[in-house]
Design a protein around this ligand. Structure first.
Ligand SMILES: O=C(O)CCC(=O)C(=O)O
Length: 287
């Protein structure tokens, strides 16, 4: 089976969407530049160093994981808004849905949102993670519409030997009766700064690290806005960290109303909470 296609960061969006829909994944070389990568290591490296290994077979007992990533660094705008990632996610997931309101037929387009975020550092001796589909979180049936488009940014080089993410290209087309086999999965090999984008229905998993250096990746999932976030961003990212990001990212963090009307607060768009407050919002009763 052929490995995933590699594209340049300025590749044509139509072409990338076509590859993603066909193969379920794509590797974007030089997804971010060296300055962005250095900044991320500066902010996030210490949290990884301080973190103990996981203690279960799924998350790995020689793997360090750190979440709440948008609270730990304010340098993620160029990552989550990288045009091939964000625009491909929008094109694939933001499909209009027809809705009747009385005798009017209205097309409603869902939002998308940041769902799970994690730094994943696979150390020497970590074995393969079981292959899985991340949209299992949404209890999706397959094949079917995509509810997640995910990124793995290589914070260090990814190789076949150090645990580069294992992916089964095309497996998002399989039905729910076909289990993944280890010999169908291919390792993702990419330089630090490159990114793997894949669809939620694709079987994948962390690889085995038989080298003497860790492999570090930063993963961000974009999900349909009408689903529950995997990681609760309202708890994970304090208001001051949300405000450190531009409007587009704030909305992606969950401060956006998904049509026709999910997530409102005091019957208003929840974004107003960040933008001067919501008129008439409840105040705590006096003690
Ligand atoms: O670390 C990786 O390469 C993939 C990890 C993964 O798929 C997971 O933890 O669910």
């Amino acid at each position: 089976m052929a490995g995933l296609v590699r594209v340049a960061p300025d590749a044509d969006l139509d072409e990338v969407v076509e590859i993603l829909e066909r193969d379920g994944g794509v590797i974007v070389e030089d997804f971010v530049d060296a300055t962005v990568l250095r900044g991320l290591w500066h902010d996030l490296g210490p949290s990884l160093e301080a973190r103990a290994y996981g203690d279960d077979w799924y998350n790995g007992t020689r793997t360090r994981r750190v979440s709440s990533v948008f609270a730990r660094t304010h340098r993620l705008t160029p990552v989550v808004t990288q045009p091939l990632y964000l625009q491909a996610a929008r094109r694939i997931m933001q499909q209009p849905v027809p809705v009747w309101i009385g005798r009017s037929r209205v097309e409603m387009t869902p939002t998308i949102q940041i769902s799970g975020t994690q730094l994943i550092q696979i150390h020497t001796g970590q074995g393969k993670q079981p292959l899985h589909r991340d949209d299992a979180l949404h209890l999706r049936r397959h094949p079917g519409p995509t509810s997640r488009v995910q990124l793995m940014l290589a914070m260090s080089d990814f190789t076949a030997e150090n645990g580069g993410t294992l992916v089964i290209p095309g497996s998002h087309h399989w039905d729910d009766e076909r289990p993944p086999r280890a010999d169908e999965a291919l390792p993702t090999e990419m330089r630090a700064g490159s990114g793997l984008i894949w669809l939620g229905g694709v079987y994948h998993g962390g690889g085995k690290n038989i080298t003497d250096t860790p492999r570090t990746g930063l993963t961000i999932a974009l999900d349909l806005g009408n689903l529950r976030q995997e990681e609760n961003q309202y708890l994970a990212v304090p208001r001051e960290s949300v405000l450190a990001y531009p409007e587009e990212v704030r909305r992606l963090l969950g401060y956006d109303r998904c049509p026709p009307g999910l997530g409102w607060y005091e019957m208003a768009d929840q974004y107003l909470v960040l933008d001067g407050g919501v008129p008439g919002a409840v105040e705590a009763p006096a003690a």
